[in-house]
Design a protein around this ligand. Structure first.
Ligand SMILES: Nc1ncnc2c1ncn2[C@@H]1O[C@H](COP(=O)(O)OP(=O)(O)OP(=O)(O)O)[C@@H](O)[C@H]1O
Length: 204
């Protein structure tokens, strides 16, 4: 179980306050208006932005506690993060991206098949389509076998047919790994039938 009760004063003056528990293995769809703080919330969970105050705990471990001055580094939190702009390395091939994240070659082979990138292993991001880049960003996040997978608009560049297949495969994989998923999306129908929980930011 991930519990977050955190506050952050946003640059535009709004106060972002999230108080929510995420059950282990659940898939939460996060929606809300543009600028409401969805990306900021994911980054606070990952340890990339520091909340002003509050508490983030995962099972019995505290990741952040403003009262106790606890603020684990992103590396120690070991959360997988799929960034909105993918944040791929221009000079690294598909295979190098995955090897950089993980040393388990069998796991890398599984991921390449799930993401349909097994015949693109020596390609650099510039030579991949937008959808392939996005899939690489998802595979890289999974390569570390994260307990928590944080995704910011992860399927926006993937065509519907590829997305349905990827989602079906991912769903099985995530269930096997018992990964807790928190996914931001602009499309309220996205993840219908897959999401098990919902968080709406900026509408209260
Ligand atoms: N480190 C930070 N500290 C304070 N405020 C921040 C920080 N980073 C971003 N913000 C502000 O948070 C606000 C919300 O931005 P954010 O990207 O989280 O919204 P969003 O809901 O993800 O929007 P979109 O749907 O357009 O991607 C913006 O006003 C932004 O300037």
């Amino acid at each position: 179980m991930i519990k977050a009760d955190i506050k952050k004063q946003l640059k535009d003056g709004q106060l972002l306050h999230i108080n929510k528990a995420f059950v282990t293995g659940s898939i939460t769809r996060v929606t809300g208006p543009s600028g409401a703080g969805k990306t900021t919330f994911l980054k606070m969970l990952a340890g990339l932005i520091k909340p002003d105050e509050g508490l983030i705990s995962v099972d019995s471990n505290e990741w952040f506690n403003s009262a106790g001055s606890i603020n684990l580094t992103p590396q120690l939190r070991k959360a997988g993060f799929v960034f909105q702009d993918y944040a791929l390395f221009p000079n690294m091939t598909v295979m190098q991206h995955l090897k950089y994240a993980c040393g388990d070659n069998d796991w890398i082979d599984d991921l390449l098949k799930i993401g349909g990138l097994d015949s693109f292993t020596d390609k650099k991001p510039l030579h991949l389509s937008g959808g392939q880049q996005q899939r690489l960003a998802i595979l890289r996040a999974l390569a570390i076998k994260p307990n928590v997978l944080l995704m910011d608009e992860p399927f926006s560049a993937i065509d519907v047919k590829t997305k349905m297949k990827l989602l079906a495969d991912l769903q099985t994989l995530l269930r096997d790994m018992n990964t807790t998923v928190i996914a931001v999306t602009h499309n309220p129908q996205e993840l219908d039938g897959i999401a098990t929980d919902e968080l709406i930011i900026g509408e209260d």
